[in-house]
Write a protein that binds this ligand. Structure first.
Ligand code: HEM
Length: 233
């Protein structure tokens, strides 16, 4: 694939993955968000959903590119897709801290304009005991935070210089944690829905299919390897 095609594809991926964010900003700007019964809840769910969808998309890259050598170039975009998942997960966390938790962001911003930036800290002091309490008591918050921490570690080590510094093997080992992050995100989803609600089944099914694809590929690879050893013996 030519350099130009790669660049065009990269631009397209940026456009597609930024689209939900642009949609959300526009939804806020045109006043439609304010018409929702619970706008904060809407943003929390929207950003959480997209973080998980994009995370699953990044996991799908490896099995997809194995389908044909013609699409092997897809691997070049996996890191980019993963970083977008981290972006939405961080927006999700920011929504939880600055909107969901009761942080009065508008007061903090008005105070900032009036030359009192300390209001940001005052607001934080007001909400952090509640956030800490949530983190200690609510298991869906714990597992969500755990998933985000893994995504943070993967995002921080994603640049090429980090790969060189860590060495390929160590980097690969660390980046396999993306599976754990996705499982944790799915558990987060199951644990937050009310008993009897089955909404997370679709994302869980996609994750199960991706795992199955990985297992099948590993089994086939082992079989091929042992067959070639037998042939050369
Ligand atoms: C960083 C720590 C996190 C916190 C504090 C957090 C918090 C929350 C909260 C408060 C909700 C709404 C719960 C409710 O409506 O009762 C939620 C929903 C959700 N979160 Fe998180 N979350 C975190 C991390 C993540 C991560 C890393 C992902 C995915 C990669 C994620 C995906 C979701 C999904 C899919 C939903 C449900 C959306 C829906 O119902 O459509 N969360 N989260």
């Amino acid at each position: 694939m030519s350099k130009r095609s790669i660049l065009i594809l990269k631009a397209l991926i940026h456009l597609c993955l930024l689209a939900p964010f642009v949609y959300l900003v526009e939804f806020f700007r045109n006043g439609c968000l304010a018409l929702k019964a619970d706008p904060v809840n809407y943003i929390t769910h929207f950003t959480g959903d997209w973080a998980l969808y994009i995370l699953l998309a990044s996991l799908a890259v490896t099995p997809l590119r194995r389908l044909s050598p013609k699409i092997a170039f897809l691997i070049r975009f996996r890191r980019l897709v993963g970083l977008y998942s981290f972006f939405y997960a961080s927006l999700h966390l920011a929504t939880y801290i600055f909107l969901f938790s009761g942080y009065d962001l508008s007061t903090a911003l008005i105070s900032l304009k009036a030359g009192h930036p300390a209001e940001f800290v005052t607001q934080w002091k007001l909400v952090w005991p509640g956030i800490w309490d949530d983190l200690l008591k609510r298991r869906f918050i714990q597992v969500g935070f755990f998933s985000w921490l893994i995504l943070l570690a993967l995002a921080c080590t994603s640049p090429s210089f980090m790969l060189r510094a860590m060495g390929g093997k160590n980097w690969q080992r660390l980046h396999r944690l993306v599976y754990i992050a996705t499982i944790a995100a799915c558990i987060h989803f199951w644990w937050l829905v009310k008993t009897g609600v089955r909404t997370p089944w679709k994302v869980s099914a996609v994750l199960a299919i991706l795992f199955a694809a990985r297992l099948i590929y590993t089994a086939m690879k082992k079989k091929r390897q042992s067959a070639s050893i037998e042939q050369s013996a």
